[in-house]
Design a protein around this ligand. Structure first.
Ligand code: GTQ
Length: 358
């Protein structure tokens, strides 16, 4: 049988394809399968000195109760053409925000599938209650509110409380796996002693028998207290300058597994000795850094980010970076959270050394 059809022009062929909801791979291959990650997030600094007044003004515009959570979200300028559910992002998959709870305020209990962590920036002894366990928070404490854990905040002290929120909202929204449930305005009932997990578990070496039954993907510890964190850093810094790329660095861990605190995000604390200039490297994971102590700069993707105490900055995935402690007398301490556990779990974590940029 002979085919008597006249072949259409290629142009007509392409024009006809959308009608069938198909498209030619060969026209798009280079966009779909890039030689390296094409990262849209940009290196960015949020200066506390600038953001704090904006946040305090939010305290006059809206109550914590009205707002549900009074948070200024840190919006990465490179991601602002995304749709709303993933635009609120400090890096590709990480959300960050600064939250204010004023004296006497309550942010009522709720839960959601995106997981959260807090790093306390300012204030003293406001609380977060997680699944019936209340923790009183101090500067530098790192507090977990994992996937689907009921949590509420309140401030019974007489000073404002401000902390950095880290959540995996862009990731969970990309996966279309977000659920949310509200439990009203009253604080949840306390079913455990205050700071029970911090007092019994944070040493990380002595675990109770319940570790054998723990079947959650996250750490049983609610609060990783700054006192212990800082002491560990300082003790170690007396003996060593730590790793070439990160100085003295520790990962916060789930004491039952030694693994990251949550399946989607891991947290680190690092100390840069006076004058330290780290080696440059890059990795596919992204991170949000917060300056706990000291001042200096980081060079990220060729851009100099000059940071001071309480500033927050974004490290996009695959961006070459190095950190410099700008002081010749004082230590610098950086807190960070990262999406590294996701990339590792999926076999997508890569790391490479690079020449310094400055
Ligand atoms: O404190 O529960 O920054 O639910 C975003 C969503 C904080 C919180 C955020 C939240 C919270």
């Amino acid at each position: 049988m002979t085919d008597t059809r006249r072949r259409r022009s290629a142009e007509d062929y392409y024009a006809g394809l959308p009608e069938f909801d198909v498209a030619p791979l060969w026209k798009d291959l280079g966009n779909l399968l890039t030689r390296e990650p094409k990262v849209k997030a940009v290196p960015h600094l949020w200066r506390y000195e600038e953001i704090r007044p904006q946040l305090m003004e939010a305290g006059e515009v809206v109550t914590a109760e009205e707002a549900e959570r009074r948070v200024l979200m840190l919006m990465n300028p490179g991601l602002q053409d995304r749709p709303a559910p993933t635009r609120a992002a400090a890096t590709n998959m990480l959300y960050a925000g600064l939250q204010l709870v004023l004296p006497g305020e309550i942010a009522g209990p709720h839960r959601h599938t995106p997981a959260a962590l807090r790093f306390i920036v300012e204030g003293s002894s406001a609380y977060t209650t997680v699944q019936g366990e209340r923790t009183l928070m101090e500067f530098g404490d790192m507090v977990l509110t994992p996937n689907w854990a009921i949590h509420d905040h309140g401030n019974e002290s007489d000073e404002p409380m401000i902390w950095l929120d880290g959540l995996d909202i862009p990731l969970v929204n990309s996966l279309e796996a977000t659920f949310f449930e509200d439990f009203g305005d009253d604080p949840q009932e306390l079913t455990k002693p205050i700071d029970a997990s911090a007092r019994t578990l944070a040493a990380g070496r002595l675990n109770p028998p319940e570790q054998r039954e723990w079947n959650k993907l996250y750490s049983p510890v609610v609060n990783y207290p700054w006192k212990q964190t800082e002491q560990t850093l300082k003790n170690t810094a007396q003996d060593t300058k730590g790793t070439p790329t990160d100085g003295v660095i520790f990962e916060y861990t789930n004491p039952y597994t030694g693994g990251p605190v949550m399946p989607t995000m891991s947290c680190y604390i690092q100390l840069l000795a006076p004058g330290m200039h780290t080696e440059a490297h890059r990795h596919t994971s992204s991170a949000v850094y917060h300056v706990a102590r000291g001042s200096g700069y980081s060079i990220i993707g060729g851009q100099k980010i000059e940071w001071e105490e309480k500033d927050t900055f974004a490290l996009p995935g695959w961006a070459v970076h190095e950190h410099v402690n700008g002081s010749s007398s004082d230590e610098a301490i950086l807190f960070s959270f990262t999406d590294e556990p996701v990339l590792r779990a999926l076999g997508l974590y890569r790391e490479a050394g690079r020449e310094r940029q400055g």
